[in-house]
Write a protein that binds this ligand. Structure first.
Ligand SMILES: Nc1ncnc2c1ncn2[C@@H]1O[C@H](COP(=O)(O)OP(=O)(O)OP(=O)(O)O)[C@@H](O)[C@H]1O
Ligand SMILES: [Mg+2]
Length: 222
């Protein structure tokens, strides 16, 4: 369960101040598949960074599973982050490592050691078992994003955060990624938050929240 109450996020520099989120409140029950839409600059990524425990510089209250993680120690924070999978527009795979090694590294970060069976299953689940020994540069955009999703899902997180996962992909490839997210949502009891500019991607979710200038202006449950 994600709960934000009156969250303000302001970026401050020497000679600028940008209000990215304004008194934003949002509750997402465990297991919900939510899409977040809004124009460029409306605050979507800022919101995801706060929800994903990557940014603690905000006002207001944010609780994950009933608990605020602001100010907790490194150990509690890494433990909480291990329950979250992240997927980004630009995949963020390590290009000098094979697909399998990319997942193994994530497995070590999650569990302290490589869970080979889990890595193999993860690749199988995204239909890329045959690409285990390929390098990221040898894959198509859609395949890279599948690897990134497999990596994010290692160990079965409670929450999958995908910031524009189809932003760099063409329409057909994007819809294959969408089908994969829907499939993940069916098979795992994890919440999915997906940021998108694409109406089709947004509509695949159970619920869509629209941001304008850091505020929720629309909240549709299907
Ligand atoms: N590190 C930063 N420093 C200063 N301003 C920032 C920073 N990150 C974001 N902003 C500003 O905060 C506002 C919200 O940005 P954010 O990245 O959350 O938008 P977004 O909805 O994700 O946009 P996009 O669709 O282009 O990714 C924008 O006005 C942006 O310029
Ligand atoms: Mg963004």
């Amino acid at each position: 369960m994600i709960s934000l109450n009156g969250v303000d996020k302001t970026y401050r520099g020497r000679n600028f101040e940008v209000a990215a989120l304004r008194s934003l409140s949002l509750a997402v029950p465990q297991g919900q598949y939510l899409s977040v839409v809004g124009k460029s600059g409306s605050g979507k990524s800022s919101l995801m960074k706060i929800i994903g425990l990557l940014d603690f510089d905000y006002e207001g209250v944010y609780e994950l599973s009933g608990r605020s993680l602001r100010g907790v120690g490194d150990q509690a924070l890494s433990q909480a982050r291990r329950r979250i999978g992240y997927v980004f527009q630009d995949f963020q795979l390590v290009s000098r490592f094979t697909v399998r090694r990319n997942l193994e590294i994530a497995s070590v970060i999650r569990h302290g050691s490589v869970d080979a069976a889990q890595v193999a299953q993860g690749l199988e689940d995204v239909g890329l078992a045959d690409k285990a020994l390929s390098y990221p540069d040898e894959l198509s955009g859609g395949q890279k994003q599948r690897v990134a999703i497999a990596r994010a899902m290692l160990g079965g997180p409670d929450l999958l955060i995908a910031d524009e996962p189809t932003g760099a992909l063409d329409g057909a490839t994007a819809s294959a990624i969408l089908d994969l997210l829907a499939d993940i949502h069916q098979r795992h009891d994890c919440s999915i938050l997906v940021v998108t500019h694409d109406d089709e991607v947004a509509a695949a979710a159970e619920r869509t929240v629209e941001l304008v200038a850091g505020e929720v202006v629309r909240d549709v449950l299907r």
